[in-house]
Ligand binder design. Sequence first.
Ligand code: UDP
Length: 324
Amino acid sequence: MPSPKRILVTGGAGFLGSHLTEALLKEGHAVFVVDNLWTGRKENLEPLRKEYGERLTFLCQDVREMDFCQEVQEIYNLACPASPPAYQQDPLATTLTCVQGALKVLELADRWHARVLQASTSEVYGDALQHPQNEEYWGNVNPHGPRSCYDEGKRVAESLFFDYRRTRGTAIKVARIFNSYGPQMDPQDGRVVSNFILQALRQEPITLYGDGSQTRSFCYCQDTIRGLMALMATPEEFTGPVNIGNPGEYTIRELAEKILALTGSASPLVYRPLPVDDPKKRRPDISLARQALPWEPRLSLDQGLPPTVHYFQSLLSNSPCPTP
Ligand code: UDP
């Protein structure tokens, strides 16, 4: 076990944030969670509060105006909605969360000489013209489309991180996270895995956007979290950016078929318009992560879907969830 540290996780009540908080608490650290509950959910932290007591501190604050000046050794900056319907709901707030949030965590890291990790995204590659995407690729982002608040916000955050590194020597780490899924996903966040599983379990039509031939690579949440922690533990000179994702690539139609088979659902497939600027193909090249962290995912989609379906089944049996 590593020696106990004081660690700040912004966005720590969210889907990935709460899994990360749990993993850090399990390692014996004291964790401060800053989250304004825009898309994070307090219930994600409740079991952790019961199990770990005072080692977990929750602060209901917006990262843009974060008022946190305690000494920490590590900061994980995960604060930002990540699902397209959620981040497009208030696009100005999304961009500002990325930009002002990055500045806030960088100032704090600079003050305490802490390591700071930015949860960047595969969205910095936009509708990629290179496939698979490695970290050298600069991307193909529409700078004024409906996804740009997130894509460009995250790109500016990367830029701020590297400028802090160049001008102040801050110990930065930049992870480009590809689509992640698993228990604790918000049933209402509108992402493809949660939508399809809930639709299948309720015997409702599965909504394929476009013709369903677009691809994504899905990484189980525990694998993503192991990747982020491995990145944080790399030598100081290693900054990334580094892709964290599962290279298994599936069409959205294949994903729907897997979920139908797994749930035994008779839901029909229905086709809906493809959202503007929806990337056509996405698959991480994880050679750098394999070599530098070293890290690679352990669970395939076939192994990660059953516990995810189980999570949504228990949500539905405990309370009737609203339709996504
Ligand atoms: N998608 C879909 N049906 C849904 C939700 C999403 O076909 O109910 C598609 C979406 O158009 C995209 C892919 O699934 O091509 C992944 O969407 P998601 O919102 O999960 O994440 P993204 O990778 O687009 O940020």
